[in-house]
Design a protein around this ligand. Structure first.
Ligand SMILES: *Cc1c(COP(=O)(O)O)cnc(C)c1O
Length: 399
């Protein structure tokens, strides 16, 4: 903190604010493509689970290579639905990473099962295969790795663990649109995965939306029923739900056609957006490499197979993280701490009795990691400014 105060003393007057996320500029360009689709939704008067949702599902199936895409309300719902559709339920344990977004663990609870935590790999920040294997018990039914920030978990080793113990591999690929493992889209290496279209995600809606993706016909059929009050055999455009039978207690997790309209329009720019993200990430790395106080820049782990990374989040691990966050905020730069607390130490899981020190790598990431702004609208100059501020904070100058 003293460091921040001293350094800010000789900084030039503040530049423009750098928000953590914005899509205002990009959306202006997109608006002519979105507007006719929105009109179509309003004119038709079918606002959820309608033809635009079906069109988006087809478009995403073709973009990802998934045999089935099932549009739902959010990535969180998609995870709970996917777990139930793969047969996870009461009495089962699911091995999840100790470091991830909260939904990775809460979805297991929503499916009626119990999350069992395992530590993560320090480079990919994803479920460590050896730690996952060590967490397996007689009740374990599934492994649920999360692919975070820019690359997938070690899907080769995790597939081996799943095979060794006859477990289902399901993937929290909520952040992973565009990421591939040996040519296969994230979420499709195991029994199924999910996509989140939360606005900040690589493909973001103007509100909440998500999807289940799978190559398995039965998983798809069950997931499609679960999102819609347990109706089996209903196609997206079927109507109304009220007059038909529910085979299982399902949810109302249908996707809005307005969000499908936005996503359909945006899907046309997804490749460009991913390229832009990669450029910006490279620019950060070029400017931050060797910066004192910055312990770790995003590191793409070499695998035995071809992998495709996608920069969703530019995460660095730094000294004096909280002071840096405050310093950047004081200079108009917003950051996010992904993720502030190991999942086993969340109050919601207090009853499991986990203690500090049990998941050292997750704890270290929670203490040191911070995400810098990264989105297609971000200007090169914004990246430069953020990096100058980071260097100034650690007393390394603008170098
Ligand atoms: C965003 C995210 C989710 C949840 O997605 P929502 O659409 O926000 O519900 C789940 N897991 C991970 C790893 C995520 O990043």
């Amino acid at each position: 903190m003293e460091q921040a105060a001293t350094v800010s003393g000789f900084l030039a007057p503040q530049g423009a604010r750098v928000p953590f996320f914005s899509q205002a500029a990009g959306f202006t360009e997109l608006w002519p493509r979105v507007e006719p689709l929105l009109r179509e939704v309003v004119d038709r008067g079918k606002f959820s689970h309608g033809p635009l949702v079906a069109a988006l599902e087809r478009a995403l199936a073709s973009w990802t290579g998934a045999r089935h895409v099932i549009g739902v309300n959010s990535g969180t719902d998609a995870l709970a639905i996917l777990l139930r559709a793969t047969g996870v339920g009461p009495g089962a344990e699911v091995v999840v990473p100790a470091f991830s977004f909260f939904a990775t663990a809460s979805a297991v609870v929503h499916a009626g099962a119990r999350p069992v935590f395992a530590d993560v790999d320090p480079l990919s920040h994803a479920l460590d295969p050896d730690a996952a294997a060590a967490a397996v018990t007689r009740r374990t039914r599934a492994l649920l790795p999360a692919h975070l920030f820019c690359q997938t978990a070690d899907l080769g080793a995790l597939t081996e663990v799943a095979e060794r113990y006859a477990l289902t591999l399901v993937e929290d690929s909520a952040e992973a649109i565009g990421m591939r493992w040996d040519g296969v889209h994230a979420g499709l290496v195991g029994a199924g995965g999910v996509l989140s279209f939360f606005p900040t995600k690589t493909l973001g809606a103007l509100g909440d939306a998500g999807a289940v993706i799978t190559d398995d016909d039965r998983v798809a059929e069950t997931a499609a029923a679960l999102r819609h009050h347990g109706r089996f055999g209903a196609t997206v455009d079927d109507f109304p739900a009220i007059s038909t039978e529910s085979a299982v207690p399902g949810l109302n997790s249908k996707m809005d056609d307005i969000q499908a309209a936005v996503l359909l329009a945006k899907l046309g720019t997804l490749d460009t957006a991913i390229t832009r993200r990669a450029r910006l990430a490279l620019r950060y790395t070029e400017r931050l490499v060797g910066c004192p106080g910055v312990r770790r820049l995003p590191t793409l782990v070499r695998r035995d197979v071809d992998t495709t990374p996608v920069f969703y989040v530019y995460l660095v691990e730094v000294d004096h993280r909280d002071s840096l966050v405050r310093y950047l905020a004081a200079h108009g730069v917003e950051t996010e701490v992904y993720y502030p607390r190991p999942l086993p130490l969340q109050p919601a899981f207090a009853h499991l009795g986990h203690r500090r020190g049990e998941f050292p790598r997750a704890e270290k990431a929670c203490a040191c990691a911070v995400a810098l702004p990264l989105y297609p609208d971000l200007a090169d100059d914004d990246v430069d400014r953020v990096c100058e501020l980071v260097r100034a904070f650690y007393g390394g100058g603008g170098a």
